[in-house]
Ligand binder design. Structure first.
Ligand SMILES: [Zn+2]
Length: 458
């Protein structure tokens, strides 16, 4: 069930902030039921071991209905044996035949509970709609969205994982999507997977349909795109951009466009990247990219070669895209506990930590940018209001992560994390993450409430 939250916090006393050496008090106000920061003022006296207050975390791309299939005994005979992409697609298709409302609620709650306890207060959640699951996943997601609204903003993606313009089920899949869009006002995003169509013309029709449908229904659009490392395959990103321009998206819609995976784009030259960025910027296209490194390095391998020990991986170089090409790019967890990604946690901080290694990003500034990619930048990329950077200032929302320094070893030892880089390099345990959801503190299962004089209530 959703976590218990305290009463509304009026002020948070004596905390460190990103990039600041002294300590501060944060005042909150409630004109809506989600609070806002009204002022941040210097704390009276220095506190030696004050917590670090940062913006809360965000999942910009996560599959709610497919989470933790591997943790479910009923699905034990579908555990991976070869680990290939084809096996993941076919075994997950079989598991989906057994999905039911209570099963999705249970696995979805595992995902939500672990995510919120990690510091996540907003997520873009994909749920599949097709001839196999029909509206079962969507119905469960709508229930969870409602139940968890106080602690986490769940933005629902009506997601076509299956083909809608090829194969024998195309028409049925399409009809179910249309029905879903008509029946569920909770849907905020239309998502599709052009690469599952049987040929390129069908993939292009898939892209055009999703863009057109998102325009007329005033929703965001989100593609799983160019998920390969095959230089002989045409990157479809160009078709997405061309369609957005043809349809005048920048003028007709205030919604955003997200492109996920895109590992094929790692084979582009720098000149091609510059052309891609120029196309986006010159046409004011609200396009973001989401790198999904835990899935990409597990699944996206180049075609087999005669060098079996040479197995390069490819995942979007998000930091380079941001810095060199001024693109909007973030990172997301994508899948947990299923055949597409059997490893990893729904913890954005462990993902940011992985980014240090993957992007060879060892400086403090790199770590801060990685944190933004799973926090403020991720919120903005999915179309939510967000501050820029990691400072807490007047006007910021009251979704916060406070990094504490409680002894989690049992050895009466606790290591202070005083800046963002230390949080990214060595992510703290959950008991050292205080999560403030819309101005209310998530009550800790570790019995630590009240021991801190940090939070003041009215
Ligand atoms: Zn995905």
């Amino acid at each position: 069930m959703p976590p218990r939250l305290t009463a509304q916090i009026q002020s948070i006393q004596g905390v460190r902030l990103a990039g600041e050496s002294s300590t501060w008090d944060i005042q909150l106000e409630y004109s809506s039921n989600k609070g806002t920061v009204t002022s941040v003022t210097p704390h009276k006296s220095e506190v030696a071991e004050s917590p670090l207050a940062l913006p809360a975390l965000t999942h910009p791309h996560i599959h709610l209905d497919k989470a933790f299939i591997h943790s479910t005994p009923e699905y034990a005979h579908y555990l991976p044996s070869t680990g290939t992409f084809q096996e993941a697609l076919s075994s997950t298709a079989k598991v989906k035949q057994q999905f039911n409302h209570s099963d999705i609620l249970r696995r979805g709650e595992w995902l939500l509970a672990e995510s919120v306890a990690s510091g996540v207060t907003a997520m873009r959640a994909f749920v599949e709609v097709d001839h196999t699951v029909q509206h079962t996943c969507l119905e469960a997601a709508a229930t969870l969205k409602n139940q968890w609204a106080e602690s986490c903003n769940i933005q629902i993606v009506c997601f076509a994982q299956d083909p809608i313009f090829s194969t024998e089920f195309a028409d049925q899949n399409m009809a179910l999507l249309e029905d879903a869009l008509a029946q569920y006002p909770q849907i905020e995003v239309i998502g599709t997977t052009p690469y599952v169509e049987s040929d390129t013309p069908a993939a292009k029709r898939n892209i055009e349909w999703a863009i057109d449908r998102a325009l007329v229904s005033n929703k965001h659009v989100d593609f799983h795109l160019d998920y390969n490392l095959d230089s002989s395959k045409e990157p479809l990103v160009w078709h997405v951009l061309q369609t957005l321009k043809d349809r005048d998206w920048a003028v007709r819609s205030a919604k955003r466009v997200m492109l996920g995976h895109c590992s094929r784009l790692t084979l582009l030259t720098d000149a091609e990247w510059a052309r891609l960025a120029a196309d986006i910027h010159e046409n004011n296209l609200p396009v973001s990219f989401v790198g999904l490194p835990t899935s990409d390095i597990y699944m996206a391998a180049p075609p087999e070669s005669d060098q079996p020990h040479n197995r390069p991986r490819g995942t979007l170089q998000v930091l380079q895209m941001i810095r060199k090409h001024k693109l909007d790019a973030v990172i997301g967890v994508n899948n947990v506990g299923n055949a597409f990604t059997p490893w990893g946690l729904p913890d954005p901080l462990s993902l940011a930590c992985l980014g240090v290694g993957i992007y060879q990003a060892g400086s403090q500034t790199d770590a801060e940018l990685l944190y933004e990619c799973v926090s403020t930048r991720a919120r903005a990329a999915i179309g939510l209001e967000s501050q820029v950077g990691l400072g807490i200032a007047q006007g910021c929302g009251a979704d916060l992560l406070l990094v504490q320094h409680r002894d989690d070893t049992g050895c009466e030892v606790s290591r202070l994390r005083t800046n963002v880089a230390e949080v990214v390099w060595t992510p703290p345990e959950k008991m050292n993450r205080d999560v403030v959801c819309g101005g209310r503190l998530k009550v800790s299962p570790y019995g630590t409430d009240g021991e801190d004089s940090v939070y003041r209530y009215s």
